[in-house]
Every structure is written in structure tokens, then in C-alpha cells.
Design a protein around this ligand. Sequence first.
Ligand code: SAH
Length: 229
Amino acid sequence: MNADIFKIVFIICFAAGCLIRIPFARRSKTDGPGADHTPRLEWLLLVPIFFGMQILPFVYLLTDWLDFADYRVSAWAGIAGALVFVIALWMLWRSHADLGRNFSVKLRIREEHSLVTKGVYRRIRHPMYAAHLLWAIAQALLLHNWIAGPAFLATSLPLYFLRIPREEKMMLENFGDDYRLYMKRTGKVVPPIFRCSIARLQSALLKDFDVPAYDARDNAESAGRRKKS
Ligand code: SAH
């Protein structure tokens, strides 16, 4: 299949993603105030992400500057990329809609903030970040270029490692036991059913070494204990 088709799919999905997000991001600016908990380092990380998500893909699509890093791959990669992008867009839309007025681009708790645990928030705590991760994977599958393809994935991963613990700490401080219980029954970016499988695999691998397998639920409990002490 012609690689140009996948480039066109990428552009359409990219535009759809912007159309979904922009109205929510605009509205969040005009919604009530709330202390900003965003770490300063995050602003530094946003610069490479801007390049990985927005600049490099379009440099690749509109010029021949990155063509030296092109590679050929089966059409199935592109088809998988299109499917993953559609799922990402659905999750992006649902997560914004389910968060409603609680959504903000920055880490903040609004005056009338409520804890959302329904819709796409029922099984995972960070569906919006999961949607962006899927978007990044789709970009890698649709743009068959070693630089433009994985650029969003490579530049955005550090942000999640920084942001998710900060965000969960902020939510625990504000919603206490409600968020602690919510953490126990949900996964971060994948539903807990996968977490159980990973824990099972780990215990199977570690059983001969007498090392206890990691259980993410312990994290939620210890976070709770930390808060109480
Ligand atoms: N991490 C979430 C939300 C991203 S938007 C996701 O990936 O879907 C970031 C803002 O959402 C944060 O400032 C926080 O105040 C708010 N938030 C995160 N989880 C929430 C929840 N379960 N209920 C209500 N607000 C939440």
C-alpha cells in the first residue's frame, strides 16, 4: 500500500485531535481559578514534545529534509496505526467530556472540583494521557521515518513519569480516602486486569528467587499510609 495514504490518514487524525482538544482547552482557561501545582520542569519538557508532536511530523510531511531516515514496512503497520489513532481520538474526546469542568491543562484543583470516577475514568485514572500515548504510538506506525515517527513517543514519555506522581499526590491531598479507594480499583493508563497479569507473570518468574512480586495496589496503600503519618 502506498505510504502516502498513511500520511493522509495521519493528517486527518491529527486535525481531528486538535478539533477535539482546542474547545476544551479554551474553556478550561476561562473556568474558575485554582492553585497551580504544575512543576516548573514540566514547561521545559513541553518544548521537545512540541517538536515531537507538531513540528517534526509536518517537516517530514511537507519537505524532503528527513527523507534520508525513511524506512519501508508492511502495510499492516499503517493499518494498525490508523486503528490505534481512532481509539486514541475516541479516548481523547471521552476523557475531556467526562472530566467536564474539572479539566485543566495545568495541574490544578478548582473551587468546585469533583472527583470523576465514571465513564472512561472507571477503570483507569489517566485516560487522557493514555489517549496521548496511543496517539504517539499511532504516529510511529503511520509515519515510516526513524525521526518523525517515534518523535512524539520519545519526547512525551519523560513527562508522564514526572506528571502522574505529582498529579496523584495532588489528588490524594484533596480527595483523601475517596481517591485512595479509587486508586485501589483502577490502573494508571491500562485497566487493572493487565496489571494482574503482569503481577502474575512476575511472581511466576520470581518464585524460584524468593522475591515478592511488585503489586501496584501496595503503592496506593503506602501512599495512603504516607499521607496519614
Ligand atoms: N490525568 C487525567 C486528567 C488530565 S487533565 C487523565 O489523563 O485523564 C489534568 C487535570 O485533571 C488535573 O489538574 C486534575 O485536577 C484533574 N483530574 C485528574 N484526574 C481527575 C479525576 N479523576 N477527577 C477529577 N479531576 C481529575
